[in-house]
Ligand binder design. Sequence first.
Ligand code: HEM
Ligand SMILES: *[C@@H]1O[C@H](CO)[C@@H](O)[C@H](O)[C@H]1NC(C)=O
Ligand SMILES: *[C@@H]1O[C@H](CO)[C@@H](O)[C@H](O)[C@H]1NC(C)=O
Length: 489
Amino acid sequence: MFATVILLCLCFWFILLQLKSRRPKNFPPGPPILPVLGNMLNVSLKNPLKDFGRLRRSYGNIYSLFIGPRRAVVISGVNAIKEALVTKANDFSGRPQDQLINDVNHRKGVVLADYGPGWREHRRFALMTLRNFGLGKNSMEERIHGEIKHIIYTLEESIGKSLTPQVMFHNAASNIICQVLFGTRYEYDDEFMRVIVRCITELSKMANGPWATLYNSLPMIRNLPLPFTKAFRNAETCQKLIRDLVIKHKKTRIPGEPRDLVDCYLDEMEKRGNDGSSFSEEQLVMYALDLHFAGTDTTSNTLLTGFLYLMTNPHIQERCQWEIGQVLGGKDRVSFEDRHKMPYMQAVIHEVQRIANTVPLSVFHCTTKDTELMGYSIPKGTMVIPNLTSVLNEEGQWKFPHEFNPENFLNDQGEFVKPEAFMPFSAGPRMCLGEGLARMELFLIMVTLLRKFKFIWPEDAGEPDYTPVFGITQTPKPYYMKVQLRATQ
Ligand code: HEM
Ligand SMILES: *[C@@H]1O[C@H](CO)[C@@H](O)[C@H](O)[C@H]1NC(C)=O
Ligand SMILES: *[C@@H]1O[C@H](CO)[C@@H](O)[C@H](O)[C@H]1NC(C)=O
């Protein structure tokens, strides 16, 4: 009897040892790994920030974590991140491919596509299309100014009252992308928008939650009818809406005269014919969803952070308004070119992006081959988490790393300078492909609104709380703002 128990125990122990994920040789350090769970007990899913802070303090700029049996490496600091994402770009530009979210998007689109020809062709196409969007009536600037009119209506209706700007900015960012993608804008209560926003919100919640972690760590449960099947249903609903839009475009388009990105894509598909390229209608559907998703929360959360800090730092707001008045004079509206004459405004917008830290851990990367970083060995297929937060407030890189201060981007002559550690869009070949669009949006929207309105923190709103709500994209806590028309208008 006793011998059997001992034998059973030994067997059990042996199985546990087999299941245990081991650190490969010369792998970056990290907390001890438990069988099956990895380091999941070291990081609380609800509020991981404190635990991450602790891990970074104990292990330094490069440490490893096991998410279930999956190897991950967290990289911090400008030097380590540059070495990985820029110097060794070829080794570090993959995306993890065995996640719930990959199955949901059928491995299509661009944000989560692995490093390869399909990703490269679609990235190049998006950059080219965004850049080429004609001058004149259809230009990007024109589309953004068109949307700003709607923000102004909303603000004018609220003069003297308090309003919550969340929905307004979210709506604006979403509409600018929709104009580019589909040539249409949608009211926020439009059925199409409501369904897409609901699906995306539920999907992002699910992608961070415990069911996704289980799905990612235990392939054998993937076909069971567990709550993650809802993610697939949601994605299907979204895809169907976009598919219908593509069908409509095919009926009404004039080849060679694209109205929007969908038309450009259909032209490109015709041009390529059957040359074996990765362009297809199914790709287009995921691609459009990707670009909409990537361009909405990011931009609107940055704007929300911007106006929070401008309201609570009235002297900075006034100095922007003074500069805007000087440069624009009687001109009827601002153009993106004017930024070169507005060093202070530029510094403020960049400082807002630095403080907003909108995508704190970037989008996760993955190594494409066995490689090395800072003297450690990192095998192929390791998940790589670039800690952008650590660069945006790194000591030694900024004059004022821990406070909101536009001087971070101004030299002694008051000229605008951009330190190397300014990386809210990440770096290397995977860097945000919407950077140009995002910067144009932030500049035109902030300048136009500051020129016309004064933004005031309501007297009854208490002390502002600057702590952001953590997520794939970070956002400030909901707040109220008051607006007044400016006398000089
Ligand atoms: C302030 C606004 C924005 C911020 C802070 C931001 C930030 C980022 C970051 C950190 C990444 C991950 C880069 C990496 O993996 O290393 C990314 C990727 C991406 N962003 Fe943005 N983004 C913004 C706006 C936009 C907009 C407006 C678009 C729409 C066109 C967009 C489209 C994309 C796409 C398609 C990718 C994936 C690129 C790839 O995997 O090759 N982003 N963005
Ligand atoms: C991680 O969790 C394990 C198991 O709960 C614990 O023994 C260990 O001390 C933790 N390590 C850190 C750095 O939190
Ligand atoms: C990233 O760096 C910041 C600042 O050093 C730290 O507070 C945070 O916990 C780090 N995050 C991770 C995932 O290591």
